[in-house]
Design a protein around this ligand. Structure first.
Ligand code: 5IU
Length: 469
């Protein structure tokens, strides 16, 4: 390590003096690792040390360097260790494919990000966001130097573990030990680093991208359709029509249809269910342009779930645009939920994964929902969105977050474990794209006026979140 620190100093990849940084601060130290490419032996050493930082991680399918300095380093790691590489463009070409990530991959593959210097972690995060948009999993980044200015903590908030070959303290201690810098300079550098600990606001692109942008990155036709309905109807309202009569549900849908984008039902609480009546509800959905979500909460092995989805008396696959599923049984259940790869249902129905529940003491912990979100990314052609009370780390802007437990009149809940928040809180603080309102609406004396209030409050909050990031 001492040897590498000395070499970096000798080639002036580490400099001392007075340097104005990108953000305007004047720093007593400057790292210019671009120079490394002029010294093949140093480049080789750096690549070797970086690779050692992730060698224990057997789960590396791909690596991707942050442009530009880390690109040659990533290439060398790729060739030496036979790990395929991806290339991230800084800007999409304005001709040809417009791809931001070049290379061959499958969604669900694990990619390690390679970087030369991390300060706040922004550049690593930008690369991770682009990779995650394509369903690639990013859980680890390796860096030659961590300036310890909040990068590790900020990346951890986004589910990325940062491993560094060096920290500034180690470089300074090594150079001081070898009398390359005197004690005063070393102190000055460490004071600067400690005084400039900064934190990037945790910025989840899904929360601030326009619906149009998100529509174009969504991979599921039902999610695409829902984005279109939201924009056309200026609504992000889903009503939970928890009534026991399908005739009553149809009546409700006819009256509030223009205000909502999704009508959520529980088919197994209906006492008068028939496929003929369901056809009638579909007609109303077509006329008023909303989607029907069956909140079935599938949770069994794939073989059983397929039968529950297509068969029985309800034949859910014949009429549901969206269904909910618990990811408990693992990724295979999600991929096979609708049947084999030729099943039409893959295009006509979207799975909404339940990552978190709204109830008190729910077992959907952060770890659980984080893992489950990754499985959702693997099955990105099946999953249209998720049910959650907060944005997950492995978020993807093409996914739609549905948040139940919304009720403007009650703050406390329903005395049976349900917890409520207002539409504005659901959208602005919890990350909801769609608010799910049940008893707050269906029990009101004027359902149309109440639907309009929820529509207006939910839509205003969503517009505010997008326009004021
Ligand atoms: N629902 C929840 N919480 C959850 C999930 C689903 O409330 O975590 I997953 C359903 C249950 C009910 C509706 O159909 O959303 C909420 O109804 P109320 O707004 O009446 O509480």
């Amino acid at each position: 390590m001492d040897e590498l620190a000395t070499k970096l100093f000798d080639i002036q990849a580490v400099k001392f003096g007075s340097f104005t940084l990108k953000g305007g601060q004047v720093s007593p130290i400057y790292f210019d690792f671009r120079l490394i490419i002029s010294y093949p032996a140093i480049l080789e050493k750096v690549a070797g040390l970086l690779w050692k930082k992730c060698a224990y991680n057997a789960n590396v399918d791909l690596i991707c360097g942050v442009p530009y300095t880390a690109l040659p380093i990533a290439t060398l790691i790729s060739v030496t260790n036979r790990v395929p590489m991806l290339l991230r463009r800084k800007e999409a070409k304005d001709y040809g494919t417009k791809k931001l990530i070049e290379g061959d991959f499958r969604p669900g593959m694990n990619c390690i990000i390679v970087e030369d210097v991390v300060t706040t972690g922004t550049s690593v995060l930008e690369t991770a966001v682009e990779l995650r948009k394509l369903g690639i999993l990013v859980t680890h980044a390796i860096v030659l130097l961590d300036r310890r200015q909040g990068g590790k903590e900020n990346l951890a908030k986004h589910g990325i573990e940062l491993s560094a070959v060096f920290h500034v303290e180690e470089i300074m201690a090594s150079l001081e030990k070898q009398s390359k810098v005197d004690h005063k300079v070393a102190e000055e550098v460490m004071d600067f680093i400690r005084g400039h600990q900064q934190s990037i606001v945790s910025r989840n692109p899904r929360l601030h991208e326009s619906l149009e942008e998100r529509r174009s990155s969504s991979k599921h036709p039902i999610a695409t359709r829902l984005f279109e309905l939201m924009m056309a109807k200026k609504s992000n309202l889903c009503v939970a029509a928890d009534l026991t009569s399908l005739d009553e549900v149809i009546k409700l849908a006819e009256s509030i249809g223009p205000k909502i984008v999704v009508l959520k039902i529980h088919v197994d609480i209906l006492e008068d269910f028939s496929l003929a009546k369901m056809k009638q509800l579909r007609k109303v959905a077509k006329a008023h342009e909303f989607l029907i979500m069956e909140d079935r909460k599938f949770a069994d092995i794939a073989n059983t779930v397929q039968q529950q989805f297509h068969g029985g008396v309800y034949k859910i696959s014949e009429w549901a645009d969206l269904i909910t599923a618990h990811p408990l049984a693992g990724p295979e259940m999600i991929t096979h939920l609708f049947g084999d790869s030729s099943s039409d249902s893959r295009r006509t129905c979207g799975c909404v994964l339940i990552l978190e529940m709204s109830t008190k003491n729910a077992l959907t912990s952060q770890d659980y929902s984080k893992e489950a979100a990754k499985w959702g990314l693997i099955a990105s052609d099946i999953v249209a969105g998720f049910v959650g009370q907060s944005p997950p780390d492995a978020d993807f802007s093409g996914w739609i977050q549905f948040t139940p437990g919304v009720n403007s009149a009650s703050k406390s809940g329903d005395s049976k474990g349900q917890q409520y928040c207002s539409p504005a809180e659901a959208v602005l603080e919890r990350g909801a794209d769609i608010i799910i309102v049940g008893r707050g609406l269906i029990k009101s004396s004027d359902v149309v006026a109440t639907a309009e209030n929820y529509r207006s409050e939910g839509w205003t909050a969503l517009t505010k979140r997008i326009t004021n990031p």
